[in-house]
Design a protein around this ligand. Structure first.
Ligand SMILES: Nc1ncnc2c1ncn2[C@@H]1O[C@H](COP(=O)(O)OP(=O)(O)OP(=O)(O)O)[C@@H](O)[C@H]1O
Length: 639
């Protein structure tokens, strides 16, 4: 029988746990600081820091966090003050989570992984887990412990198993207790810290990393290490507690004007920024506390961190920042994100199951636990998966893994089972419900098909500069124990084949750009011109171009009255600055992804001052920008 036990049940009060936020400032490293600008941020005390106010350089802005770790703080100090206090919870059936956040090159991997000389949070936390297990095994003889690990990266919105590098994108699911599970993810049993090291080091080399202008060894993915401790009582009532520790090294937020990213780096960067933007939205929603939908499902990262932010984990966020002026806006944004994250409240509880001794002889009748679901398909032999603890037996999988919402299927199957043992009238009612559920499934299937079609459309419209098409040569290796493994092999990214790009012209909402009537007056072309235009208008793959009789491209702007042009641009600017996601998507050549990037840019940088600012967004090249302007203005004026 599975129980959910509130943390302070004994005391009768349910405890909440605020996300703890620490900020770590890395040492000043810019050797080319010719301007002698010095740092833009500095510590004031163990919890406070200040940063120059960009609006007025004579002022500073001060922040207070749970902890501030200055440039001289050692790895040991960071671990002891910010991480160690939450690790012990996982030996009591609770979850804990540590994640490093911050701009690229600010020290996240250094903090989480470190080097051989200066090991970071990950090796220290795992060592601590084994230390606690050994101590408790000695002190609490009736309990047995088993420790295991999984390790994954989220790369370009794909969940990849770092312990099984050839695996495909893995699905993320949620069980009825809101545990996030990843069927098929490798779970490896560990007997000691050195055992962990043996598995972890090669797996880390599978992580996707590459060199950017700001960081020679930049992580191009979010890496999540999961350490699971199962504590099993050897005597009746055979309680079993499962605690999980998530250690997350996030990819850095990136400003591509400075990273110099192009091609595949730019595409990765788009995925990184988008997931971090969703993370920020999740925190906003949690802070708003309106009980509305929290957009966890909008990115794989937030789906995976669901338990860490607003869930049941004891969480610590270490925000890494850099002191150099060139990082100023990244630092400022990171500090603001950190400041709002400290208001997020989690509700830890103990995950406990109990083996019912009366039924243990008949295991088939039992309900399966989320852990078993997770282990299912892990690739490990079943007896190995169950090693070290008696598991509740589970019925065989009742349905194939399908993209359809599994909760609906489960409900349907449960209903079908009930029908078999019910009286006639009840049976009819149940059959009705079954029919309804089947309809729901059908609808979900249709919805999924629709989404897939939309996704296909996006593939066609989304990446016009060919960024998806580049096949990358060997990139650089993982940052793990950097000095100790010099000849690391780089992971090669295999990417989609080039797709021929086609302009997709959505029906234009004229009113968004200019009233139609006005257009008709200002830009009505002469009959001769119109005839010529029709004769020479050709469609050439990427977009419709207007050519004159000599085959020269007609300058479309010259056909418009300059004030009309300005007005149209103003309207577009207005939509860019205040349009909702839907309104942004109604602009020509702006799909869901670009619209979200625009919203993200707006959130971080404020309003666009001119439409040309759009070029600052990843993936919007000068060429694509001019297509965008042309498509929107011409359609608006009805040409
Ligand atoms: N506290 C620190 N002390 C000494 N060196 C540091 C510290 N923090 C970071 N560094 C160094 O700064 C460089 C960049 O750090 P790191 O790779 O950890 O950044 P990151 O935030 O993980 O970047 P990315 O998001 O691009 O992966 C590395 O050479 C690292 O060794």
């Amino acid at each position: 029988m599975a129980h959910r036990v509130a943390v302070n049940d004994a005391a009768g009060s349910k405890r909440t746990s605020r996300v703890r936020v620490a900020v770590r400032l890395r040492p000043y490293m810019d050797k080319q600081d010719e301007k002698g600008e010095g740092p833009c941020v500095r510590g004031l005390g163990p919890q406070t820091l200040e940063i120059v106010n960009w609006r007025n350089a004579t002022e500073t802005l001060q922040y207070q966090f749970d902890a501030f770790h200055g440039e001289k703080t050692t790895q040991q100090e960071v671990f002891l003050s910010s991480v160690k206090p939450i690790v012990s919870h996982i030996l009591n059936g609770q979850n804990a989570s540590v994640f490093a956040y911050g701009p690229t090159g600010a020290g996240k991997t250094h903090t989480m992984l470190g080097s051989q000389e200066q090991p970071g949070v990950i090796p220290r936390a795992v060592r601590e887990v084994f230390h606690l297990v050994r101590t408790q095994e000695k002190d609490q003889g009736e309990w047995g412990f088993s420790v295991g690990m999984s390790y994954l990266e989220i790369y370009n919105e794909k969940v990849l198993d770092l312990l099984s590098p050839n695996s495909q994108d893995l699905p993320i699911r949620e069980d009825k207790d809101k545990n996030i599970i990843i069927p098929g993810l490798t779970h490896t049993s560990l007997s000691s810290f050195s055992d962990f090291h043996t598995h972890f080091v090669p797996a880390s080399l599978n992580r996707t990393t590459a060199s950017t202008k700001l960081n020679q060894r930049s992580s191009r993915s979010h890496a999540v290490l999961l350490i699971k401790v199962v504590k099993s009582q050897r005597v009746p009532p055979n309680r079993q507690q499962t605690g999980k520790l998530y250690l997350v090294d996030l990819a850095g937020s990136e400003d591509n004007r400075r990273t110099g990213n192009q091609g595949i780096r730019l595409k990765e960067s788009g995925a990184i920024n988008l997931s971090l933007f969703t993370l920020s939205k999740v925190v906003d929603c949690l802070n708003a506390g309106t009980g509305g939908r929290v957009p966890y499902r909008d990115s794989k990262l937030t789906r995976l961190l669901q338990d860490s932010l607003g869930g049941s984990a004891h969480s610590v966020m270490i925000t890494n920042i850099a002191p150099e002026y060139k990082y100023y806006f990244d630092t400022f944004t990171a500090l603001n994100f950190a400041a709002k994250s400290k208001h997020v409240v989690n509700r830890p509880f103990v995950r406990e199951t109990m083996l019912d001794s009366t039924n243990s002889q008949h295991p088939v009748a039992r309900k399966r636990t989320s852990e078993e679901l997770e282990a299912e398909g892990s690739g490990e032999p079943r007896n190995k998966r169950l090693k070290g603890c008696r598991r509740l037996e589970q019925p065989p999988p009742t349905h194939p893994q399908s993209p359809v919402d599994s909760s609906v299927l489960d409900r349907l199957l449960a209903l079908e089972k009930m029908i078999l043992g019910s009286p006639e009238r009840e049976r009819l009612n149940l059959l009705k419900t079954v029919a309804q559920s089947r309809q729901e499934i059908q609808k979900l299937k249709e919805k999924q098909k629709e989404l897939e079609e939309k996704a296909d459309m996006l593939k066609v419209t989304g990446d016009h500069s060919g960024v998806m098409e580049e096949k990358e040569g060997p990139s650089r290796s993982a940052t793990l124990f950097k000095t100790d493994i010099p000849a690391l092999h780089k992971k090669q990214s295999t990417v989609a084949k080039p797709r021929k790009q086609q302009a997709v012209v959505n029906p234009l909402q004229v009113s968004q750009v200019l009233p139609l009537q006005q257009c008709a007056v200002v830009c009505k072309p002469s009959k001769v011109m119109e005839k010529k235009r029709k004769q020479t208008e050709i469609t050439e793959g990427k977009e419709n171009r207007r050519l004159d009789s000599c085959g020269e491209e007609v300058n479309w702007e010259s056909q418009l009255d300059s004030s009309l042009l300005e007005q149209s641009k103003k309207k577009i600017l207005q939509t860019l600055n205040s349009g909702s996601l839907k309104e942004l998507k109604s602009l020509q050549l702006i799909g869901d992804k670009k619209a979200k990037l625009i919203l993200g840019w707006r959130e971080i940088n404020g309003d666009f001052t001119q439409v040309e600012d759009l070029k600052k967004i990843e993936g919007i090249t000068a060429k694509r920008f001019s297509s965008f302007i042309k498509a929107n203005i011409l359609s608006a004026v009805g040409m």
